[in-house]
Write a protein that binds this ligand. Structure first.
Ligand SMILES: [Zn+2]
Length: 209
């Protein structure tokens, strides 16, 4: 688990284990957990309790995601990658030459911006969790009515855009992976895939699905 990207919580643990059993026979870039996010569960919010200065040092807005900077902007970029087509004009991530939203997925999230708390397990909120996950960077909880994503404060987080500072992990990339779990995807055995269970380097390669 030292380099494990994420871990399911609560009742999702059994579903995740079931997915892991079939994953080695698959060459697809993901597996499925048995859970899927409903089309009426599109909302995404961020509770900005992130403690690293590098998680909130991007002060440049981008016209594709107006009104937000820092960790909120990084998370908003991450979830829009799961759309079926380019988000806006696709620009805004210097590490994705093919554009944000180019992966051909098919889920358009509804951005709710900043919220005031971590929410419940069905609150559809991304936030930091104080402490260590024993090598886990982040995890996604999901219940029948929604999800919650937590990033452990043990790691140094960077909001980008572009490559994180040395030693930091890319918020956008990790949230792209975790939101895949929220949508119902399990881990992939394909190295370098967004849904691969292990993080490569600073994680930025996971931003593009
Ligand atoms: Zn994961």
């Amino acid at each position: 688990m030292l380099r494990s990207f994420a871990r399911m919580g609560f009742s999702a643990l059994a579903l995740c284990a079931a997915g892991a059993l079939v994953a080695p026979r698959s060459t697809r870039a993901y597996s499925v957990t048995g859970w899927s996010l409903g089309l009426d569960q599109r909302k995404v919010g961020v509770f900005d309790n992130f403690t690293d200065a590098t998680a909130n040092d991007n002060v440049a807005q981008h016209p594709n995601w107006p009104g937000f900077t820092g960790v909120e902007l990084a998370c908003w970029k991450a979830v829009t990658e799961w759309q079926s087509e380019l988000f806006g004009d696709g620009s805004g991530d210097p590490l994705q030459s093919d554009g944000v939203g180019s992966g051909g997925a098919n889920f358009a999230p509804a951005w709710c911006g900043s919220v005031t708390g971590i929410g419940g397990a069905n609150g559809d909120v991304i936030s930091e969790l104080q402490g260590s996950g024993g090598g886990v960077h982040a995890f996604t909880e999901f219940v029948s009515s929604g999800w919650r994503i937590r990033l452990y404060s043990e790691w140094l987080w960077d909001d980008g855009p572009g490559a994180p500072v040395p030693g930091a992990l890319d918020v956008q990339a990790v949230v792209t992976h975790e939101y895949g779990h929220a949508l119902g995807l399990g881990h992939s055995t394909v190295a370098g895939a967004t849904m691969a269970s292990t993080l490569s380097g600073d994680g930025t390669g996971s931003s593009s699905i």
